[in-house]
Design a protein around this ligand. Structure first.
Ligand SMILES: [Zn+2]
Length: 151
């Protein structure tokens, strides 16, 4: 189970990172616009832009059904640059918490970064927490959850 959890988690992170690397641009920004109509009125519009070349990625007329300005703010805050940084940090943390063997017979699998005396056998709480970031993805097993994780 534990090796599968680590492999599965790394796969989730690598997939997320690859999708971010393939997305348009690195950094996204939100722009509010007032678009004049032919009838003399105007529509309020929110657009998600590539922050560097100002390419419009998606826009919505407000108020409207579906995506709204709060959704676009959320998307912009989670732009490819942020996702790649998150993924690189998580992969580094997983590297830091590689398992090793302890005990007189070298028969207890432990996290080499955590305090073994505290009871952090492999997988340690840190690795379980990283895995739990993906708990809503197919393949995550409830028994991997660290204590206190919301379903
Ligand atoms: Zn650890």
């Amino acid at each position: 189970m534990t090796t599968d959890m680590l492999s599965w988690t790394r796969q989730q992170i690598e997939t997320r990172k690859a999708l971010a690397e393939e997305a348009h641009g690195a950094s996204w920004a939100l722009q509010d616009q007032l678009i004049e109509r032919t009838d003399g009125g105007a529509d309020d519009r929110a657009a998600l832009l590539d922050a560097e070349d100002r390419t419009e990625l998606v826009s919505v007329t407000l108020p409207g059904p579906g995506l709204d300005e709060d959704d676009l703010k959320h998307i912009a805050f989670n732009d490819p640059r942020q996702i790649i940084a998150d993924c690189e940090a998580d992969l580094g943390i997983l590297d830091d918490h590689e398992p090793g063997w302890a005990g007189l017979k070298r028969d207890v699998r432990v996290c080499m970064a955590c305090d073994v005396k505290r009871g952090d056998r492999w997988p340690c709480r840190t690795v379980r927490r990283i895995a739990s970031r993906y708990r809503h993805r197919d393949g995550y097993l409830p028994e991997w959850a660290p204590e206190g994780t919301t379903p």
